[in-house]
Ligand binder design. Structure first.
Ligand code: HEM
Length: 496
């Protein structure tokens, strides 16, 4: 028999096996791909696009209009919640019933292995303890601060200074999302691996491709499509495999190098974890999870902060005034950067409020899912059948009148300040931007520090305006909020 005929038979056999597996799993997972209810039909046919540009806006509309702020997408076996009591239930009260589950580890497993982001049980507990200890240590925090300041001075500010100051589009237009992504990647790589990825042949590109293609698996109309491509090593799955191999090879080199030169005095996460983990594959998985967790989230928060600053010049002026009071004015545009000390930052309540307010309206993680391992009943009375995906939706919760009042769609940093102008937080279950409860984000403090310092330095030094005044955010689906066409802005220096 010819090779092509054998290949054909093999292809048919594999497709049949995958299809049978698909039907069985659908039944087992309670998926209902042909559900006729209004929400599912709108989801399947994408008719929600007739009224909404962004999928999370449609979810926000549905959740706001549901009496319990809960909806069901039967076709995905997904219960979506937005009431703080329900959120607290899955993230704290009945945490053990809502692990990350298998679907997440299947989608991201090739890239993240057994990394903290996608594991449950003992692996999770071990990494959580290890990472909490290191991220809480004074020396690791000081190292993170040092890396941050160096990157702002050496890369971020010069990148914006390079922009021609003549306000003639298109030459003076830059994409701020691109700049923040580059910056965040270098920053998180130095923090996690102790190396600058710009010196490593293709790490940034390989990591970009690997995280993008891994998360696109979740968007595939059916998982059968990407599984089949992986089986035959074709198309996007072939590219994904290549990109992951490259990330692995570079990570291995870094680890071998580090073991040779010694790691005990170094403060990057890899070196800190090396003392407790001797299996290099496991070590790679742990550190790569941090790259994924810390990269696009911070970039997304900063991008949307500058979008909101461009729309709210009064808030921007208040941030500058507050910083002038706390640390003195920026003397001239060519003097060296005046970085705030931690003490000065602590005094800037309005800045902190403006960042919280940005993340309320534009959370970097718009939706996050868990999987019920046993039948359960949510505080609002919703029955959750074993195996159901239960997602909380920070994007919708930030737009809930019942949580934030009738001005919930307005950007108002003042809502976070008490009568004395002091920042006062709300329950994390009303604002689960960093998740909340048992598995709350481990990088919250570090990312707040990064966003505050970057926001402050750039606001004081540059005038950043939208290139198109009619621009509105258009997100593409993915793990982290990403703007379809970036954020085109015009940058000019403030001459003081
Ligand atoms: C604005 C920035 C950030 C936001 C909004 C954010 C948000 C989140 C959210 C929503 C989760 C839960 C994800 C899930 O369960 O699927 C999470 C988990 C996590 N984040 Fe962040 N994050 C940010 C920055 C960072 C940074 C900079 C780091 C690293 C230094 C980091 C490290 C982690 C880790 C390790 C976890 C997993 C925790 C666990 O499962 O126990 N995050 N984050």
């Amino acid at each position: 028999m010819e090779f092509s005929s054998l290949y054909y038979i093999f292809f048919l056999f594999s497709s049949f096996s995958l299809f049978s597996y698909y039907l069985l799993t659908n039944k087992f997972m309670n998926l209902n791909p042909w559900c006729k209810c209004e929400i599912c039909q709108s989801f399947i046919t994408s008719s929600w696009r007739e009224k909404f540009t962004n999928l999370p806006d449609w979810y926000a509309h549905l959740l706001q209009n549901s009496p319990t702020n809960t909806i069901h997408i039967h076709t995905l076996n997904n219960t979506v919640i937005a009431h703080p009591k329900n959120v607290e239930h899955i993230l704290r009260t009945n945490f053990d019933n809502y692990p990350k589950g298998k679907p997440m580890s299947t989608i991201l497993g090739d890239l993240l292995g057994r990394g903290i982001f996608i594991v449950d049980g003992d692996h999770w507990r071990f990494q959580r303890k290890l990472a909490s200890l290191e991220l809480g240590s004074v020396s690791v925090r000081a190292y993170a601060h040092e890396v941050l300041n160096k990157e702002i001075e050496a890369k971020l500010v010069p990148a914006l200074l390079k922009v021609p100051s003549s306000p003639q589009p298109p030459s003076s237009v830059i994409d701020l999302q691109v700049e923040f992504r580059k910056f965040s990647f270098v920053n998180i790589c130095k923090f996690s691996f102790g190396v600058d990825p710009t010196g490593l042949d293709g790490l940034a590109e390989a990591f970009d491709v690997a995280s993008k293609l891994s998360s696109e698996r979740a968007l595939s109309p059916s998982w059968i499509t990407w599984r089949a491509k992986r089986l035959f090593n074709v198309g996007s799955e072939k590219r994904l495999k290549g990109a992951i191999s490259k990330v692995n090879a570079l990570a291995e080199n870094i680890m071998q190098e580090r073991r040779k030169i010694g790691f005990t005095t170094k403060m990057d996460l890899l070196s800190r974890f090396m003392g407790s983990v001797s299996d290099d594959k496991y070590l790679r998985d742990i550190v790569v999870s941090f790259l994924l967790a810390g990269r696009d989230t911070v970039a997304s928060g900063l991008t949307m902060f500058f979008y909101l600053m461009a729309r709210n010049p009064i808030a921007e002026a208040r941030i500058i005034e507050e910083s002038n009071r706390a640390m003195g004015p920026q003397h001239s545009s060519n003097s060296s950067i005046n970085f705030p000390t931690l003490e000065e930052l602590r005094k800037m309540h309005y800045l902190q409020a403006a960042i919280y307010e940005t993340l309320r309206l534009y959370p970097p993680v718009q939706i996050d899912s868990k999987f019920a391992i046993n039948d359960d009943v949510l505080p609002d009375g919703t029955f959750v059948k074993k195996g159901t995906r239960v997602s909380y939706h920070p994007y919708s919760m930030g737009r809930m009148e019942s949580i934030w009042g009738p001005d919930c769609l307005e950007f108002k940093p003042e809502r976070w300040l008490n009568d004395d102008g002091v920042f006062s937080p709300v329950s994390p279950y009303k604002y689960p931007v960093f998740q909340a409860g048992v598995r709350v984000c481990l990088g919250k403090d570090m990312s707040m520090l990064s966003m505050k310092v970057v926001a402050l330095i750039l606001v004081r030094r540059f005038h950043i305006r939208l290139a198109d005044l009619n621009w509105t955010p258009h997100f593409v689906p993915g793990l982290t909020a990403t703007l379809k066409d970036g954020l085109p802005v015009v940058v000019t220096e403030r001459l003081v």
